[in-house]
Design a protein around this ligand. Sequence first.
Ligand code: Q9C
Ligand code: ZN
Length: 342
Amino acid sequence: MDIFYSPEHRAHRGEFEFFRGELVPCFEKPERADYIHAALVRQELGNIVAPGSFPLDAIERVHAPRYLRFLEGAWDEWAALGNTRDAIPAVWPIRGFRHDVEPDSFIARLGMYSFDSGTPFTAGSWQAAKLGADIALSAQRRIAGGARAAFALSRPPGHHAGADFLGGYCFINNAAVAAQAFIDGGAHRVAILDVDYHHGNGTQSIFYGRPDVLFQSIHGDPKTEYPFFLGHADETGEGAGAGFNQNYPLPAGSGNDAWFAAFDLAASRIRAHAPDALVVSLGVDTYVGDPISKFRLDAPEYLRMGDAIAALGLPTLFIMEGGYAVKEIGDNVASVLRGFRD
Ligand code: Q9C
Ligand code: ZN
């Protein structure tokens, strides 16, 4: 399958994030995509294709224009205030505050449009995030044009980003943008399967009220695992979207059997939805060796995962999300694509 990639993702290079009271080097680093790219090339899993450039309209179909305008100008604003280091959110409105008045202060607006401090905004973050969405849209277009599958090697990841918020290393929700592009291209129904260790809180909130985009997420139980505040089993959609959102939270420490049991439930929901296309939010931070996550999937399970996804028999768009065991993520992603193909 074609692999959409650009080395320009390196423009997003966060320096530090907080970890147990200390600033530590960011886990979400450029080397991640480089290792994945290298493994896919080494295993000859497809042609590497440069993305096209898309107008912002496709992104505005899922993100608020004022949020995108903020992101687009954020670094220049921050730099004009005399800053050279990353902008890290540090103040947020919470329950009971007014959330709709955009403050003038840069750091207040950064807080308004974010939900954690772990997502530094750097000089090249907007360019890389926009490129990540262009990669997702390019891969989506390949499938809309008749390909069975495509892989979007987007970085930074996207599934924690909502219509007007960033967080969890994510700025633009690449999977949501691609799913919406399928709908706008005439698809009646799309399914998003999110296999990243962390609940796709951004994707869920974007489609929560809609029956056309089914969301299925297998993840660490939010009672103990990031992003904590969303991803419980009783979140099943609202209004017209009631019944079109399912979460499969699993306890930290869960292994292969528990994971694939949840996968089977998600797979039957997807089959019942009869979608025109499947978008897979592919995080490999479920791996036993992942430094920030607590599932225990072994390396061979990624072959099985690819095989199980292929068995759904749908046009399939893989979009890269998390995975932080940098040396192994390339091989694990390659295994998913190999399992899908073979
Ligand atoms: N300092 C994705 O996998 N922080 N995002 C965890 C480590 C946030 C993960 C604590 C994890 C976000 C796309
Ligand atoms: Zn994750």
